[in-house]
Design a protein around this ligand. Structure first.
Ligand code: SF4
Length: 489
């Protein structure tokens, strides 16, 4: 049996052919010299890698080096590696002559995706998800979807309950840092001090699993205690409760600590046992077998230049206050709170990402490729494969609709409906022009006006475009938003 080289996002047992297989683990410092990552992300990745090395003991050779190449070159003939998760890493593996195996850590295989995708005009997650559920017999009653419907999103879009500041769900199992975390923290401090390596955001206690045991404990607790409320409130936002009933497992899946199929099976078992309602179970399974697998396959299926797509000609740079998470510079309550969440935790859930951060960037015409890179570096669960389609395609609509039917642009009304932000904000979500004008509401109309030529033919944008033409204050609004530009709102 060859020695298995495990990258730092291939840490679960499913990346080995046999539990006793010899392993090579490499901690590369050069990765952190090349890009500015969130400090807590750097901590999590190093902690997970070192915990895995400690778990494997003599079974693993664990090397701290500057680059992968200097370690692998001498022993490439005796190594195999599961398909890595970036084009850069795959090229490196090929250049070094290491045996390359098919990918693991996803529910669906590349050839299943290719068979499904070839010849289709638009690649829609919903269609792929249905195909994957049938192929793997997930939430199926014979040939029909469990409960008679594929998609229970309509039940999963509730705003937060009125008058509450926190959802009534038990907290996830706490993470207890250990000596390995202490050593990681010391190393990162030293790298910053002595080697000039820079990080984003604030350091803080590790909030996300770095071991399989921690990840499994969180998964089981989530399915038992938090999943029932996850479904209905998965899109809601509360200023005082950033986690709501979310699983907080995306980083664990993306480190390879959990196999998504085991999470899908546990979730379906809870539904079949009557412990979880179908909308919650279906919503969580859709995120795993739908979105996560879908964006993974798109990363490889689209051409390498996809990440530079920029159909809306959004050419403004991402401003410093945003890129460096200066939440205190922002008066808009929603954006300030979400930026502070990224600064303090390296994580906010999918709706603040899409409808607060991404929506603002798209409205202002910031470069999609730069936004994708920022999401990759600023989030504990961010990787190039995750962010390319999610940000370039879905969030910034920079691919001319190859994966989304319309831009995820909205004004303050959406944020007002789905959160408790607007009540305490100095702006008013209903106001378009003037001192109180909500930057999201005004930004939304300015975005439509600026991109009318691109969006006119999209039948899903017909109604918003009709609304745009009915505005009597459009000239003043455009002048106001042009003056606002990329300043912190
Ligand atoms: Fe955000 Fe506008 Fe609401 Fe303020 S009023 S919280 S800027 S959506």
């Amino acid at each position: 049996m060859t020695r298995r080289w495990l990258f730092a996002d291939q840490l679960g047992p499913h990346f080995l052919d046999d539990p006793a297989q010899p392993v090579l683990l490499i901690e590369s410092k050069a990765v952190f010299r090349r890009r500015v990552f969130h400090r807590q992300k750097a901590h999590l990745v190093l902690s997970a890698l070192r915990h895995r090395a400690a778990e494997l003991g003599d079974q693993a050779v664990f090397v701290r080096a500057d680059t992968y190449g200097e370690v692998v070159r001498a022993q490439a003939d005796d190594l195999s590696v599961c398909h890595p998760t970036s084009r850069g890493a795959r090229e490196l593996v090929q250049r070094l002559g290491v045996e390359l195996l098919p990918p693991r850590g996803f529910v669906t295989a590349p050839q299943d995706f290719t068979t499904w995708a070839n010849g289709r005009r638009g690649l829609r997650m919903e269609d792929f998800y249905r195909d994957a559920r049938q192929r793997h017999g997930v939430l199926m009653d014979g040939a029909e979807p469990a409960g008679g419907r594929w998609n229970l999103d309509a039940e999963n879009r509730l705003p937060p309950p009125r008058g509450v500041t926190r959802l009534d769900v038990p907290d996830p199992p706490e993470i207890h840092e250990d000596d390995i975390d202490a050593a990681v923290r010391e190393d990162l401090d030293r790298w910053e001090r002595d080697d000039g390596i820079k990080f984003l955001g604030h350091d803080g206690p590790r909030l996300f699993p770095a071991t399989r045991d921690e990840a499994l404990a969180r998964l089981r607790h989530f399915v038992e205690h938090r999943l029932p409320l996850f479904g209905p409130y998965e899109d809601a936002m509360l200023a005082g409760d950033p986690f709501l009933a979310h699983s907080l497992l995306s980083a664990a899946f993306n480190l390879g600590l959990l196999d998504p199929l085991e999470a899908v099976e546990l979730t379906e078992a809870a539904y079949r046992a009557g412990d979880v309602e179908l909308p919650g179970a279906e919503g969580f399974i859709r995120q795993l077998i739908g979105w996560r697998d879908f964006v993974w396959h798109l990363y490889w299926y689209f051409e390498p230049g996809y990440r530079r797509s920029n159909e809306l000609h959004a050419t403004r740079p991402v401003p410093k206050w945003f890129a460096e998470l200066d939440a205190d510079a922002v008066e808009a309550r929603c954006l300030s709170d979400v930026l502070a969440g990224v600064r303090d935790r390296g994580w906010v859930h999918h709706i603040p990402r899409l409808m607060v951060l991404g929506n603002y960037a798209m409205q202002r015409g910031w470069r999609p490729g730069a936004m994708s890179d920022w999401f990759h570096r600023a989030f504990v669960d961010g990787y190039e494969w995750v962010m390319t389609a999610n940000v370039v395609g879905m969030s910034q609509y920079a691919d001319a609709g190859r994966m989304s039917t319309k831009p995820y642009a909205s004004g303050g009304a959406y944020i007002n409906r789905m959160s408790d932000y607007c009540g305490g904000c100095r702006y008013d979500p209903k106001v378009r022009v003037g001192d109180d004008a909500c930057p999201y509401t005004a930004g939304y109309w300015a975005f439509l006006e600026r991109n009318e030529e691109h969006l006119r033919a999209n039948h899903r944008m017909r109604q918003p475009m009709q609304g745009l033409h009915r505005l009597t204050d459009l000239d003043a609004l455009v002048e106001q938003e042009t003056a606002r530009g990329s300043r912190a709102p």
